[in-house]
Design a protein around this ligand. Structure first.
Ligand code: ME8
Length: 514
């Protein structure tokens, strides 16, 4: 069985998770679940980035030792993963022993290959981004200099080890040319390529002015630069340096999901480190866009960071999962508003899919004795609906292979709209007295459509689609895989009475609350 490896960024434990973190992990989760549904052997990794100056400072501000502080905050990210239904196979923490060993092994390999030298760093550093900036990248306001991200920078001067990044410039450009799908979306690829084309400087990869990090082998006055440490997590979890580890077969990763803020680290530094150490680079980096909240940037000072778990409480998990991936084309920036979420929930989920299931299954209960009708002849109208269904899994798979989550959902929900049109046109409720065979046939076709929607939507809304599949009488396990769609379910099975799938939100109450 072919292997598939997907990752989220590992999140800084300087603060609690918010909707942005949940978003990246959700996208990764949906792709992981889809690949499992295709029958692939999947390894889905997430975790926390626990070293560096930013985390050390947050611990100090909280009056805690860094390890105790990171233990506490990291737990919030594990809780988030559980409550959001993420199906990660591992959760890595950079303070774990296995990770320190991997970082040191990678460092030693780079040193052995003469990719590292000792020098002196003098320049601008933004603790918030944990990034070095050139003077031409900065702007100045009220005597303070800022990085393009808006983070203030400080002047740093200390001994430092350097990675010979500059010598990898031409190799990187060739690598991008030869692998046009390595960075997505295209706009990000162009940005990265023009940044690399404009020249690369050697990269400072150690610090001496604080100690919360992985010690540099043979020179413990230095700790490793937090990004070298953090990026290594993706191979630590695959078993590095213990080749042949059973997990090493997952490397190179198929997709690293990241936000657009950290594309430079993943698309430039990471392949260069790996290539320099003789390790294959990952296959793809997808940089998605940025969420703002009701039109504003999410920030600590505005206090508007949205807790995803509060939204789960208010709207339910699956509506939130659906909304986040449906509302904004993956890769674009988007604005989060509760009104937009409610519109999707009430419209597409409750009135669209929920209503279709409820109408179909209620009619099967009332008019067919609660038994799944048998396969039947297809009229032209039936074929129009069912032929589209045959193509659905491939269309969704194609969209997801390009990480176009919104396209995948649009395709399914276009078909749901068609099926709602079909039920309105066929009026199976009116056929009970006039043509029972035709009534049963139409309900059977609608059942076939619902089974297809429920199966392909499982990665997006695992719990609700599980309930729908129960109501449809689809056996658990293999019966719910993509492959199972090729064979019709035998007729005659007793179906349980339907239950509503989605709870609509009263928009008047929402308006009053906001
Ligand atoms: O950068 N909209 O960690 P981090 C969308 N530790 N996504 C958002 C977002 C928003 N407003 N805010 C955050 C780090 N994200 C490093 C990563 S990886 C080897 C090391 C998401 O806690 C998005 O994925 O700052 C972004 O890249 C990530 O959280 C940054 O998380």
């Amino acid at each position: 069985m072919s292997r598939y490896y997907v990752t989220t960024p590992i999140y800084y434990v300087n603060d609690k998770p918010h909707i942005g973190h949940a978003y990246t992990s959700l996208a990764t989760d949906v792709l992981a679940r889809w690949k499992r549904l295709e029958g692939r052997e999947v390894f889905f990794l997430t975790g926390t980035d626990e070293h560096g100056q930013k985390v050390e400072k947050a611990a100090r501000d909280a009056g805690m030792e860094p390890q105790a502080f990171t233990d506490q905050v990291s737990q919030h990210f594990r809780d988030l993963a559980e409550r959001m239904g993420f199906s990660n196979d591992d959760f890595i923490r950079t303070t774990e022993e296995r990770h320190k060993r991997a970082c040191q092994a990678l460092w030693e390999e780079l040193a052995r290959r003469d990719e590292i030298y000792l020098g002196h760093y003098e320049g601008w550093y933004a603790v918030r981004d944990e990034a070095f900036y050139g003077p031409d990248e900065l702007t100045e306001r009220d005597g303070v200099k800022y990085a393009p991200s808006g983070a203030p920078v400080e002047w740093v001067r200390e001994p430092s080890y350097f990675f010979r990044l500059s010598k990898w410039r031409d190799w990187l450009l060739r690598f991008f040319e030869e692998n046009p799908d390595f960075i997505a979306p295209q706009g990000r690829r162009n940005e990265v390529m023009s940044f690399v084309r404009s020249g690369l400087q050697d990269l400072s990869i150690s610090r001496t002015s604080f100690s919360w990090g992985v010690p540099v082998p043979g020179d413990p006055a230095h700790v490793m630069y937090v990004w070298l440490d953090a990026l290594t997590n993706y191979i630590t979890a695959a078993g590095y340096p213990d080749e042949p580890d059973p997990r090493w077969g997952f490397w190179p990763a198929d997709v690293h999901f990241v936000g657009k803020d950290i594309v430079r680290f993943h698309a430039i530094y990471w392949p260069a480190f790996l290539q320099a150490a003789g390790i294959a680079p990952p296959k793809r980096v997808f940089a998605h866009g940025w969420w703002t909240i009701e039109g504003q940037k999410m920030s600590k000072s505005l206090g508007n960071a949205i807790d995803p778990l509060a939204l789960v409480e208010e709207f339910g998990l699956d509506p939130l999962r659906y909304f986040l991936l449906r509302e904004v084309p993956f890769g674009n920036d988007g604005d989060f508003s509760r009104r937009a979420l409610v519109n999707r929930l009430n419209g597409e989920l409750a009135d669209g899919l929920g209503n279709l299931a409820q109408r179909t299954l209620t009619l099967i209960q009332r008019n067919c004795g609660g038994e799944l009708p048998r396969e039947a002849e297809r009229t032209e109208a039936d074929r129009a609906l069912l032929d589209g269904l045959d193509a659905l899994p491939a269309a969704v798979g194609k969209a997801l292979d390009a990480q176009l989550f919104h396209t995948a959902l649009e395709t399914v929900f276009q078909s749901v709209r068609d099926a709602n049109g079909y039920i309105t046109q066929q009026q199976p409720w009116a056929l009970k007295k006039t043509d029972q065979a035709r009534m049963a046939a139409a309900l059977r076709h609608l059942h076939t459509a619902l089974r297809a929607y429920a199966i392909v939507l499982q990665p997006f809304m695992p719990d609700t689609m599980g309930r729908l599949l129960d109501q449809l009488g689809v056996p658990a396990g293999e019966g719910r895989s993509l492959a199972a769609l090729a064979a019709p379910l035998p007729g005659g099975a007793a179906l349980p009475p339907p239950e509503p799938l989605f709870r609509k939100i009263d928009t008047a109450a929402l308006a009053a609350a906001t």
